[in-house]
Each structure stands twice: as structure tokens, then as C-alpha cells.
Design a binder for this molecule. Structure first.
Ligand code: NAD
Length: 383
């Protein structure tokens, strides 16, 4: 129950943040163990309390409960205000049938169940880390600071699909055709545009809609709806449009031109990975998947996770970069609890540690590296 209490800056609400913690497999638990004390410190310093339930998911769910998304895990997620997710999967479960694979059998049902329609992925490369990007430093003199917002529950991946023999004169002629359908409704575009507008307003107020409006009907609708939405609800936000093929080039030529990129599901799938790679290590990138429903605190329910996978090649060796998990926790504070100052404090602590030269091997560019736990300690010390 929220209880009001006063601070020097006025009346604030003391909140109880209830979260489901799903560490997952391989490096998942290692980076989660680093992220949780940082999250707890940021939350408790502001007078809020964090209550978390730790649950098995992915391969750990299969091993202990016989399925990737065990019932008690789903229950804990339902009872929570947000989910802090690690990552799932790895060689141990690769021989399972595709539908039982940890990623497919855990993440997709969670997305479906909580109707997680908006994927928010910040692409941030702090200036001290420009050497970790595959781009030439002169292309990114100030680092990179953008956000990709991808529609997550519509479009080509969810439209009707089929594979069928091709009939010729009423009879199959031996050829076969496969069909995927891309469908978008005005209401789907409007709700993701609202997320993009809110994100742009907290940043540099520049939204780039990426589409293929010279070819696709769905893109024509996206352009119309997004332009109308900005005109009627957010005239303070500048809208640009860009074809997806050009956007793919611009991301490597001049990533600094982007503030918030808004795009449909498949384009976002591809561009957000391209953005991740130009930002250097997967170990630095967080992501949020926001749901349609609000939580008890009046903010969006969401699932927060690192952009990378379980990194089995470095698991158990104290080598994983915990920053993506820590920054996912910061995103959770921002989007699911409205705790912007606390989110920024965590982000500043991460950047402070990096600026001081404390880096895990993936971002050390061949220089001295620290382990997962030491990186976490350095971030915690700067909170
Ligand atoms: P990966 O992202 O796990 O690893 C790719 C490379 O990035 C590896 O060299 C890895 O060491 C490195 N890397 C990733 N995260 C890092 C971190 N925090 N610190 C330092 N280095 C890091 O991708 P992959 O190897 O293709 O996949 C491994 C497993 O993860 C697979 O089973 C895959 O299905 C799963 N996966 C899960 C998710 C998810 O849970 N959302 C996402 C992607 C992949």
C-alpha cells in the first residue's frame, strides 16, 4: 500500500515495488545477482521498498519443473508489477523440439500473456566506449544515444501464414507457394506511437518513423496515423520519415542523427540488432517490452531484459558484463514505476564506473578487465 510521506522536495509516495525476478540460464543468474543489490539500493534510498519473487524460467524451468514457463513462475509474474528477466536457452536444451525450446516456450507466451506490444531498446554508446564500436570513431565523435521502439505483436510475424500447392487449371502442378501476411490496424499504430511520443518527450523530441511507404500499404497507414497523432497530440515533437533501406545505411553512416526511431515489428527486429552492434557490446544493452495494461502504480506493466542471450561461452567464469541487466532494472524503474530520478542514478553509476576505466573484457578493448562481480561493486559504489 502506498503511504504518503514528506521530503525536502515536498510530498512523495512511498511505494512497494513488487517484481518477479526470472534469471534464466547460463550468465542469466550471474548478472541478475549483480543487478539486484544495485536495484535494491536505488529503490530503498528513495524510501521505497522492493519485494521480489525469484522464479525458474527457460532451461532452469525445464530442468526443475518440466516446462520453460512453469505455472508458479507465471503466477508470480501475474502477481507482480513488472518482470525483471535474465536470458534463457543454451546448448543443454538445443535438441528439444522447436516449440519446447526455452526462448520460444518461455518468452513468446510471456509476451502473449501480458500483451507486450512495445519493445523499447535504448542504443547507448557512452563517449569513453567509442572504441568498442565497429564504426570508425570519427563517425561517432559523441558516442551514440538513441532509442528504437519496435511494435512487437503485429505485422508479418503474427499475420496469417500458409504453405500450399499451386493449383494450375484446378489441379496442383507440383509447385508450392508460401504466404505471410502483414496486417496493421490504426489502433495498434496509435498505441505504439503514444509510447514513442512519451519517449521522445523525455529526450530530444525528435521521432523518426521508419517504413517502406513507397511499396507497402501498411507503411502508408503507419505514415498517416503517426503524422495525425503527432499533429493532434504532440506538436512539440518533430517527426521525420525514412525508408527502411536508407535507415539501415544511416545507422552505420551517421547514427548520431537519430533520437527516437519508431518502426513496425520486422523492420524493428532487424534495425534494433543493427543498432545493438554499432553500440559495441551486447553486454551493455537493455530492453523493455511494455504491456497494454497498467500495473497497480498506474504505469505500464513490462518485461525488462538484456538485449543479448545467455552467452554460454563465458558462463560461470565471472566474465559476463552485468551492465545490460543493471540498465534493464533502470528501465523498469522508469517505465513501470515512474521513478525517473532513480533510473538516472543507476545509469549515471554505470557510466561513472566505465568512465573511471572499470570494464569487463567485452568493453575493455584489450585493456585491463575486471570480472562480473567487481563491475557490479564499482557501479554500486557510485550509486
Ligand atoms: P548471445 O547473445 O548469448 O552471445 C553472443 C556473443 O555476445 C557471445 O560471444 C557472448 O559471449 C557475448 N555476450 C552476450 N552477452 C554478453 C554479456 N552480458 N557480457 C559479455 N559478453 C556477452 O547469443 P548466442 O550465443 O547466439 O545465444 C546463446 C543462447 O542464448 C542461445 O540459446 C539463444 O537462443 C539464447 N538467447 C536468448 C535470448 C533471450 O533470452 N532473450 C536472446 C538471444 C539469445
Amino acid at each position: 500500500m502506498a503511504t504518503p510521506h514528506s521530503t525536502r522536495s515536498g510530498i512523495i509516495r512511498r511505494m512497494k515495488l513488487t517484481i518477479a525476478v526470472l534469471p534464466g540460464d547460463y550468465i542469466g543468474p550471474e548478472v541478475m545477482d549483480v543487478a539486484l543489490p544495485i536495484l535494491e539500493t536505488a529503490v530503498s534510498r528513495s524510501g521505497h521498498t522492493l519485494q521480489h519473487t525469484r522464479c525458474d524460467v527457460g532451461g532452469a524451468g525445464i530442468d526443475r519443473h518440466g516446462k520453460a514457463l512453469p505455472d508458479p513462475t507465471l503466477e508470480a509474474c501475474r502477481a507482480a508489477d513488472a518482470i525483471l528477466f535474465g536470458s534463457v536457452g543454451g546448448p543443454k536444451w538445443e535438441r528439444l523440439p522447436p516449440a519446447e525450446q526455452p526462448e520460444r516456450a518461455a518468452l513468446l507466451p510471456l509476451r502473449r500473456h501480458f500483451r507486450l506490444f512495445a519493445n523499447v531498446r535504448p542504443g547507448r554508446l557512452p563517449k569513453p566506449l567509442v572504441d568498442t564500436s565497429p564504426l570508425r570513431p570519427d563517425r561517432i565523435p559523441d558516442g551514440i544515444d538513441m532509442v528504437c521502439i519496435r511494435e512487437l505483436t503485429g505485422g508479418l510475424y503474427f499475420g496469417a501464414k500458409s504453405t500450399r500447392p499451386v493449383p494450375a487449371d484446378g489441379r496442383p502442378d507440383g509447385d508450392v507457394e508460401a504466404i505471410d501476411t502483414m496486417v496493421y490496424r490504426r489502433s495498434e499504430i496509435e498505441r505504439i506511437t503514444d509510447v514513442a511520443i512519451a519517449t521522445a518527450r523525455a529526450r530530444r523530441r525528435h521521432l523518426t518513423l521508419v517504413d517502406k511507404a513507397n511499396v507497402l500499404e501498411t507503411s502508408v497507414l503507419w505514415r498517416k496515423v503517426v503524422a495525425e497523432r503527432i499533429e493532434t497530440t504532440a506538436p512539440d515533437v518533430t517527426l521525420s520519415t525514412m525508408y527502411v533501406d536508407n535507415a539501415a545505411m544511416q545507422l552505420v553512416l551517421r547514427p548520431g542523427q537519430f533520437d527516437v526511431v519508431l518502426t513496425e515489428n520486422m523492420f524493428g527486429d532487424i534495425l534494433s540488432d543493427e543498432m545493438a552492434v554499432v553500440c559495441g557490446s551486447l553486454g551493455m544493452l537493455a530492453s523493455a517490452s511494455l504491456g497494454i495494461e497498467n500495473n497497480r502504480h498506474g504505469h505500464r506493466y513490462g518485461l525488462y531484459e538484456p538485449a543479448g542471450g545467455t552467452a554460454p561461452d563465458i558462463a560461470g567464469q565471472d566474465k559476463a558484463n552485468p551492465c545490460a541487466q543493471v540498465l534493464s532494472a533502470a528501465l523498469m524503474l522508469r517505465h513501470s514505476f515512474g521513478l525517473e530520478a532513480e533510473a538516472r542514478a543507476i545509469e549515471a553509476a554505470v557510466e561513472g564506473a566505465i568512465a573511471a576505466g572499470i570494464r569487463t573484457a567485452d568493453i575493455a578493448a584489450g585493456g585491463p578487465a575486471v570480472g562480473t562481480r567487481a563491475m557490479g561493486d564499482a557501479i554500486l559504489a557510485r550509486l
